[in-house]
Design a protein around this ligand. Sequence first.
Ligand code: ATP
Ligand code: MG
Length: 497
Amino acid sequence: MQEIGVSRRADATPHAAALIEGLRDIGYSLETAISDIIDNSITAGARRIQIITETFAEEPHIAVVDDGDGMSEEELIAAMRPGSRNPLATRDEPDLGRFGLGLKSASFSQCRRLTVVSRKGGRTSTAVWDLDDVAERNEWAVQLPDDASAIPEVDKLGESGTLVLWQKLDRLTGGFTHNAAKRAEVINQRIAETERHLRLVFHRFMEDSKPLRILLNGRLLRPLDPFAQKNPATIPDPEEKLTLIRGDVEIQSFTLPHHRQMSKTDWEDIAGPEGHLKSQGFYLYRGRRLILHGTWFGLCRQSELTKLSRVRIDIPNSMDADWKIDVKKSSAQLPPIVRDRLRKVIERIQDGSKRIYRKRGQKLVDHERLPMWHRIQADGQIRYRPNTDHPAFADFAESLPPDLRRGFFNCIALVGASLPVETLHADMAGTAEQIVPDRVDEDTLVQAVQSTLTVLMGARKDIREIMALMKDVDPFRSAWEDTQRIIASTIEAKEQQ
Ligand SMILES: Nc1ncnc2c1ncn2[C@@H]1O[C@H](COP(=O)(O)OP(=O)(O)OP(=O)(O)O)[C@@H](O)[C@H]1O
Ligand SMILES: [Mg+2]
């Protein structure tokens, strides 16, 4: 850059009142704000973190209490300073911080009064940022109360640790400033929504051999592993490592179990409110703390094909600048060199899932298995057509007088031609696993089993082979127990003949 001469300078110290208000709006939500406070507790070595919410009181508050190292008064005053550390400084490996801002910006995003009480070496120190006080005095001066004993939740502090207390929760009232009951309802609802976020973001700390315990109003939160690694049906790919100048990027892909291989609660738990389709993609962890998830970083679309794929990416805090990690620790951008590698990972995942789907699809329309439907792919289009040669249709048609037979086949063709493709599309894009084949009644199932058996036995197939063929196709698959029973009694009846 060309040097230009400077002979004068003017004071441009920020106006405290204005700037501190500006700090409030950098886009935190309640969940990202609480996570930022928890980051600090983890960095301070906490093993137990309590989140306590008092929502019904006249003056509601939210508190986070940890049993970490705590701070001396000098350290506490430094910590209260916006920009307490230079973002360019190198940080220890387990340090989850970067900007020297989180404690302040996360707190002010939710409240107008932040009190921090910290205990270290038997000494308790207290500091308060009150935005109304700053507005009045317009100076960067933090309050240092003499006595902490009346501060809510201070009794929860142990031998060492820190209490972060939010009061004047103006951003959380949902407009119900004077209606305490309604206000409590709004805050409680928001807190409940936060729970899943915390279980997910900190799950790796909560799964450690000496686990981090996070308690929400006294209730211990369970970790939420988005890769369901405890489920034996989860398929992990081998881990890959990309070594770069400022650190290693570790990548591991997982294919989640099919929803039938998981309990409904677990399936819904790892799907979250957004559902599985929107939860596929990369899960980026910085120092084992989840930064963002459920995105392919624009490298491919979130499709039904890759719905069960989740890819874990681990980065160290030394790469923050390359990944453009933000103050809230909730967004990042891919460095170009990583982008190329991830593109390859995606290609591999897509190839793999295409193979699985093709295999599954084939089973359903495989000729050996006497499918009820034909899948016809031609001219860039895919059609599904009822298989009128299926013994269940053909046998019945045989029993009809010839003039009714044509009408019967017309009816079946009509069912095929009016397959509700558009609603299927819409449902597939949302919750595909909720689409299930319709149940048939006993009479219909008996007829289908008997006619299928007759044909397959006529082809001199072994009964075990017949069962294996039928087990994979509907309507038998979804009513397999009944089907087995009907097969057994049909065979018994045949043997007695
Ligand atoms: N719970 C805590 N226990 C001990 N020290 C803490 C705690 N919370 C904050 N601190 C101290 O206060 C400092 C400032 O915290 P703050 O969250 O504002 O910034 P940071 O964590 O350094 O960086 P970032 O802005 O990325 O979060 C921390 O660096 C830490 O030294
Ligand atoms: Mg921090």
